[in-house]
Design a protein around this ligand. Structure first.
Ligand code: G6P
Length: 612
């Protein structure tokens, strides 16, 4: 949800900024722009469209400077055109700013500024902030960092900003509240970015800014302080551990396909050092200090958005089945604005790949204020949700760049499976059953490899359905969320309308849509729901729907009723959702590629949604 990057050093910032924007493009790609500090003025370029459009523009202009900032936008206020693109400058063109977030009181601030004679160029909320900084700086006689700090005091909303002023050309200021910012500390140079991906090729030493902090970069060092009271904060430098390779496509045509294939290892990485097959349990180090509260909680809430919410739904089935604790799963955007009946006997689990989703972060803060124990399941180490929860488990899936989440989802379900196993064993799940489940989990990597080794059937189905306008995904029990996730993947990247439904609910509405042009994907493992799902398949068959069955065992019945069968290895029924998700990811992927869609950057979406 908007990516920002800044460079302060001795090198030419332009190639560093463009490269940084490419790494951040998954956060939004409506427009891109950059600004550099020149000898006597700020030079900038901004264009609607992807970073490649800006890059071409940069090639046609002579633009250099060793201090600069850049932005890739996911539009909130104002359509995605050149004028609304960032950076925004004050009306004299002396101060430039890039912003990620939303200034909620921008209308009120704008009216005041307009009365004082400020003319606005864009329709954005962000421009208000740069005009406000300018007004304070030139009127109140403050230093530039002081003016930024004073302006931020007047702002309501969320921001990650980088800002610079031609009258104080030897410094750069960045600040955050509600939107992430990471400072990269190199040899005589600094980087500032929405996440570490633009920084890692320059330095592995980073400082994660916390809410309400600002940093002033100067030639002789950096100072971090609190925005509210200017109090200086001393923070540790963290070292990024993953390699550059992890954020590059390698030989794959798309990040999404690379990430689907990485699941051979990522699921195992999630379990490494945690799954205890011989004991039929799991050890989650990040929870150990809080185990008594987790174990004796009266209820759990799982709160998340998008794909992470689907993982949460699977978690509900597993936790209730094994641990016998009631679990409510709720969209974070709903949870945060209603009366929630939670207290110190409640555990609120936040699931988030990025760890930065604004609604999920707000939900966690609310849960904390109501006395609940908060537990984060995040992929990005050091992210806001990871740092704002009492305890947590990292999914360790590695950086996920494709906007449609794949490996992060299976890693989240893996963590929830381990949590259910661990709690189950503390309650009444027998060691024997624990060992069965743990053994099945330990084999997932091998089974994923089998699925990925032959994708011919999936590609054939994609080829034969690339023109259809709708898809239905049906599953029961723990596989109902798998159906939801399959449908979400398809609509996100191929723009084919798709719905996920509990198979038996089909009779109460979606069955009206069935005709010989409606493909229906049934998730039909040979578990205790099999016979019931078979009846639902019959119902679709009777209405001439096109039947695609995803199962772990072919049978005469399935062969008779289906148009296509996707078979995955036979497995434990509670491991099936993880394995079944992979062919559905591939089906969405191949359909999107055949339809000529931009798989890694689907229209209107952003990977990290840092606005509510
Ligand atoms: C966006 C992404 C989804 C993701 C959701 C939640 O909508 O496009 O892929 O599932 O945000 O993100 P989180 O980082 O909290 O898991």
């Amino acid at each position: 949800m908007c990516g920002i990057v800044g460079y302060f050093g001795n090198k030419d910032s332009v190639p560093i900024l463009i490269n940084g924007l490419k790494r951040l493009e998954y956060r939004g790609y409506d427009s891109a722009g950059l600004a550099v500090m020149g000898d006597d003025q700020i030079h900038f370029l901004k264009k609607a469209g992807k970073v490649s459009v800006l890059e071409r523009e940069v090639d046609d202009h002579v633009l250099h400077g060793s201090i600069g900032m850049a932005h890739t936008r996911w539009a909130t206020h104002g359509e995605p055109n050149d004028i609304n693109a960032h950076p925004h400058l004050d009306q004299e063109g002396n101060i430039a700013l890039v912003h990620n977030g939303i200034i909620e009181n921008y209308n009120a601030l704008k009216q005041v500024l307009e009365k004082e004679g400020v003319t606005f160029q864009s329709e954005t909320d962000s421009e208000v902030l740069v005009q406000l900084i300018s007004k304070i700086y030139y009127k109140d006689g403050l230093s530039f960092p002081e003016a930024v700090q004073a302006a931020l005091q007047e702002v309501v909303g969320a921001y990650g900003i980088v800002v610079m002023c031609k009258d104080e050309p030897d410094l750069m200021v960045a600040a955050r509240y509600g939107s992430p910012l990471v400072l990269g500390v190199g040899e005589g140079e600094y980087f500032i970015a929405s996440d570490a991906s633009p920084i890692i090729e320059h330095t592995r030493s980073v400082v994660y800014l916390d809410e309400g902090e600002m940093v002033v970069l100067k030639n002789d060092g950096y100072t971090i302080s609190q925005i509210k009271d200017k109090k200086v904060v001393y923070k540790d430098i963290s070292i990024i551990e993953h390699d550059l390779e992890a954020i590059e496509k390698g030989n794959f045509p798309h990040f999404m396909l690379k990430e689907i294939h990485e699941q051979v290892n990522t699921i195992t990485d999630t379990m490494r050092g945690r799954l205890q097959v011989d004991e039929g349990t799991a050890f989650l180090g990040g929870l150990s200090d809080f185990m008594p509260r987790i174990e004796h909680a009266k209820q759990y809430y799982i709160t998340a958005c998008g794909t992470s919410w689907h993982a949460g739904l699977i978690g509900k089935y597993l936790l209730e089945e094994f641990a016998g604790i009631p679990v409510h799963v709720e969209y974070a955007s709903e949870f945060r604005y209603r009366r929630t009946i939670i207290d110190k006997d409640t555990v609120v689990i936040a699931i988030s790949q990025s760890g930065e989703t604004a609604d999920t972060l707000a939900a966690i803060k609310k849960a904390k204020s109501q006395g609940a124990l908060t537990l984060g399941i995040c992929n990005v180490v050091g992210s806001s949700i990871a740092r704002n929860t009492d305890c947590g488990v990292y999914t360790h899936a590695g950086p996920e760049i494709g906007v449609a989440s794949t490996k992060a989802f299976t890693a989240q379900v893996t963590v929830l499976s381990m949590l259910a196993l661990l709690l189950g064993r503390k309650k009444d799940l027998s060691k024997q059953h624990g060992i069965k489940l743990a053994t099945a989990m330990a084999n997932i990597g091998k089974d994923v490899e089998t699925i990925l080794s032959d994708t011919y059937d999936i590609e054939t189905i994609a080829e034969e359905h690339m023109q259809v306008g709708n898809f239905l995904y049906l599953g029961r029990g723990v596989n109902f969320p798998v159906a939801l996730e399959g449908a979400l993947k398809l609509k996100e990247i191929s723009y084919i309308h798709a719905e996920g439904y509990p198979a038996a609910e089909m009779k109460h509405g979606p069955i009206a849509l069935i005709d010989d042009n409606m493909p229906v994907v049934f998730i039909a493992p040979h578990d205790k729901t099999y016979d019931k799902v078979l009846s639902n398949i019959e119902e679709v068959h009777a209405r001439k729907g096109r039947i695609i069955i995803l199962t772990d065992k072919k049978s005469k019945d399935l062969e008779k009723l289906s148009d296509y069968i996707i078979k995955i290895p036979q497995c434990h029924p509670r491991v099936f959702p993880i394995l079944a998700s992979i062919p559905l990811q591939l089906l969405a992927y191949h359909l999107a590629v055949l339809r000529g869609c931009n798989v890694d950057m689907p229209r209107n979406l952003a990977k990290s949604v840092t606005v509510e």
